[in-house]
Each structure stands twice: as structure tokens, then as C-alpha cells.
Design a protein. Sequence first.
Lengths: 190, 190
Amino acid sequence: MPGTLDRRVRRTRQAIQQALVELVLEKGYEAVTVTDLIDRADVGRSTFYAHFDGKQAVLFANLSEIAFLHPAASADGPLFAFSLAMFEHVAEQRRLVRALLGRRSGRAVMAHGEQLLQDLIRDELLARGARASTSLELVVTCVVGAFMALLSRWVDEEITATPAELDAVFRAAVGPGVQAMLAQACVVRP
Amino acid sequence: MPGTLDRRVRRTRQAIQQALVELVLEKGYEAVTVTDLIDRADVGRSTFYAHFDGKQAVLFANLSEIAFLHPAASADGPLFAFSLAMFEHVAEQRRLVRALLGRRSGRAVMAHGEQLLQDLIRDELLARGARASTSLELVVTCVVGAFMALLSRWVDEEITATPAELDAVFRAAVGPGVQAMLAQACVVRP
DNA sequence: CTCCTCTCGAACAACCTGTTCAGTTATGTA
DNA sequence: TACATAACTGAACAGGTTGTTCGAGAGGAG
């Protein structure tokens, strides 16, 4: 009995979450209605609202199940080592990620993803000797923006590339600048 | 008679566009309804639909009136010279830009803004000797992402900084990486 | 001043949301 | 297996939104 949950509950939630992914891929997030969702999932209206507050809640439920979006920051190894691994994981589940984070999904999810990445990158820079400041926050924002933009256009298939290529460009683009700033920050430190 | 338009038409459109800005700032784009809009603008429902297809059309109409979002690419001067000017213009009209491009607005507008910037930056890199390729497209995406992220968080007042500071961080973050790639590209060229 | 365009305002069907409730399953367990 | 319970059904509901229609009236252009 996985998750100590009633089998019916598992089945229902699974059906709804699956339906959302399909529908987002077909019509885009905005166009999906709760009615669409319960029709596709073949679930009663009242049942739906017993499990979720609305379609956005389903979206977040799906998002939180993507484990590789929560890696830990590291001070060792190359800068932004998370990048390649993340692109590779995304490649494996491109369909799902596309529905959740792609152009056709909602803005709230995008913001959620950015938040995760923001914390991750800030931690890594702090671990590498940067000191907390407005300036650091700005740099983190740049790096997050660059990565998310790459990810977005990739899953939406506006650009074709391998995870390795994406990783290479990402680090080539922001790496040197960030490295230079880190060097400065280290000089300032004792 | 500016714009060869009936004064009533001018008044109506102006009222509606103004109302959208106010309402987006108050409630966020998603929450604004056409009914809100016509109440605030004090305009008949049928009148509204005589001018716009829906609230998104109003948003785009507003967006297209922001002239400084359409600068020209240049091959002279420092890399990404548009940056400082753009941040300064935005600072002057922060309220408007926030309503249009901020976190509380719609995703479609964001995409529109990204598209403009994408063309601008690609042109600049091409003018500086880069050759068209998938790789260039990836780099452009990174730069656009970094800039838009900075802009977004700034107008939403998640971070406090002067245009000069933003410009400095933006160019420090992506400048070195892009310069390095341009240098490589130039070696390859005749 | 006159004509023509624009606006008004109400009314409309169609859709979506979120809630309720009585009746019907399906589950986990004793 | 039998049963108490939790979950699901399905329909109905009020409240809100959208986009359209129409005749009457007001305002501008010439």
C-alpha cells in the first residue's frame, strides 16, 4: 500500500494529474478548464474539488513530484555543476516538463521554478565565497534568467540541442562573468 | 486632429488602456475582467468590444506604445549599450512598465517583450562578427533571459537598485562570456 | 445645421466555477 | 467474509464572465 493512501485516492489524483498534462500539451494551460479536466480524467466534479482547489493546485502537485528540480548546492567541482544533470533529466521527461514549465503553461509555475533555482544558485555562490548583498542578488537573477530561458525555449522545441550543448553554452555565457566577480569578492575577504 | 481619429475614439481607447494599467497594478492581470475594465473606464460593453478583442488586446496596444522597447542594434561602442538606456527609460515609467511586464501581468506580454529583445541582441551579435548558428541562438537566449529576469524583479520591486547598477551587473554577468565567444568566432572568420 | 459615426445600456445565451447533498460504490480491516 | 467507513457519483445550483445584438440617443466632422 504505497503512500498509505486509499487506492481510490491514488487513482483519482493520478488520473487528474495525468489529464492536466495531456490537456496542457494540447491546448495550453490557460485554455484548460476544470470541466475539461474532470471529463478527461472521468471523475466527478465534487470529487475533483475534494482533492484540489483548482487547476493551479494540480499543476503544483505535478511540479513537486519532479525530484530533480531540487538538487543541493555544492562548493566543489566546476561552477554550476547542476546544469548538465538538470538538462539531462529534463531530456528524459521532456513531455512532462514541457507541460509544466513550457510556454503553454502558467506563469505561476514558472515563478515557482525560478524560485527553486534562485535559492540553489545563491547557495552555490555563497558557498564559493560571495558575500550576501544586493549585488549578489542581481547576479543570481541574471543566472537564473539565463538558465530558465534556455530551458523554456528548449522544451518548447524552439531550439534543438543536446543537454551537453545547452550546458556548455550556459556556462560559457555566464561562467566567466560570475567567476570574475567571485575572484573580486575573494580578494575583499580576509 | 491628432492621428486623424474621432475624438470620441481617442477618448474611449485612452480610458480603457488607462483603466487596464490601474487595474493590473491593483489586482494583477489574471484577475482583471472585461467587466472591471469597462466599469473603471466608464464605457459601454459593446463599445469595448468595438475597439478590442479582449483584455489581452488592450495589453498589447499599451505595449506597442512604449517606444524605448524598440531601439536599434549597434556595432559600435560597448557591448549591449542598449542596456543602460533601457533601464533608465523604464525607471522613468516604472508604473506603466510594471503593469505591462511585471510578475502580475500576463505571460503573453512577457513573451512579446522577450521576442523584441531577442531580435535586438541577435542583430548586435551578428553585427559584431558572430555567425548565425544554433549556438548563437542559445547565447542570445541566455542574454535575453538574464536581462528580462533583471528587469522583471526590478519593476516588481523585489530588488532595489539604480539603472546604473543594473546595467553594470548585467554586463558584468554576461559580457565576459559573450566577448570570449565573439573572439573565437572572429578567429574562425577570414 | 445636418449627417453620420460612435456610444449607450440592457438583454441575451453560453460557458465556467465552486458548493451542496443524497445516493452509490469501493476499501481496508476485524 | 462481513461491515463500517471513506471515497466517489451526478445532478443541481447561484454567481460570475464572456462576447453579441439592437434600437435609441449623443457627439463630432464638415
